[in-house]
Ligand binder design. Sequence first.
Ligand code: TXA
Ligand code: MG
Length: 350
Amino acid sequence: MLTKIWRVDPTAGNLEENAGIQEAATYIRDGEVIAFPTETVYGLGANALSDNAVKKIYEAKGRPSDNPLIVHISDFQQAERVARSIPDAAEKLMKAFWPGPLTVIVPAADAVAKTVTAGLKTVGLRMPKHPVARALISAAGVPIAAPSANLSGKPSPTEASHVYEDMNGRIAGILDGGPAGVGVESTVVDTTQDLVTILRPGGITREQLEAVLGKVASDPALKDKKAQPKAPGMKYRHYSPKAPVELVSGGLQELKQAVARAKETGLTVGVLTTTENANVFKNLADVISVAGTRADLATVAQGLFHALRRFDHYDLDIIFSETFPAEGIGEAIMNRLNKAAGSSKNDGME
Ligand code: TXA
Ligand code: MG
């Protein structure tokens, strides 16, 4: 299949009339799969009301069929078509954080394709903030089901070139709207329980959720590796470069020693580090990938997946990574790094 690429300036006005977005929207209505930018990562979208269209997403990604997709909408009326009911807590969160990087799990309406929910009675809803995503959904006139636009198991794409690497020839087209802003995916919260529960930490922090709701719970599987995650996708190994990743806690000295020891045994070594520390590895590591600055963890979130993907352009034996405080956006960063390091009981792929 020929994969078309449309470049779209997200700051231009009247995007719904943009020729590329119009053409991409036509493909969506015709049941094809289109990659598009969101403010978190690029998504792989299809008409959420069509089982046949949604099946093509699973095929293109190589995604296990038990892993449900998030439905992306561009206005609040669409939420009422996709949800059977909207719990009070969900409504509060939608008002506070939409459009933005938050996915709320709510009871699913019958109109939602069964392949979207993977047989669950609930559905994940998200109203993205990215102007290209919003224009595409409005122009298509249907809610769009979309996982991250990576091949299963790989780091999520934050640039159109990452999508091209994984999806060229597998989908109808890619809308290139430049780099995604947040860099890690949306926070997924279950609003069907008494206490709103974080299933996947992401772009909206726990602290932000608690400012609106008071206390929120966490899926026990986020801490306890033996527990079964409530978001099916969280049980899979994910975000992994080809070479094994090892997280080094402690500090810079510990990381330096780990790299030095591996070099002594003759290994080819990559290091995932920050602007503050990169220099230390200059004559030590074979490949240095800088995610961002420790002074502002939002930059680390932004650059994390690009930094992880870069390693695959080299032939490495092992990658060592810095660790970060798991607070604020750091919670999502550490969750993704732990997954990249292969900490999951299943060895399937998302
Ligand atoms: O930022 C994002 O959320 C990106 C962009 C494209 O919007 N999308 C994304 O989708 O990360 P995906 O499919 O890669 O991750 C969705 C996660 C998976 O872990 C999935 O299992 C979980 O959300 N999920 C989806 N529907 C669910 C449901 N009904 N119940 C529990 N978990 C659900
Ligand atoms: Mg994903």
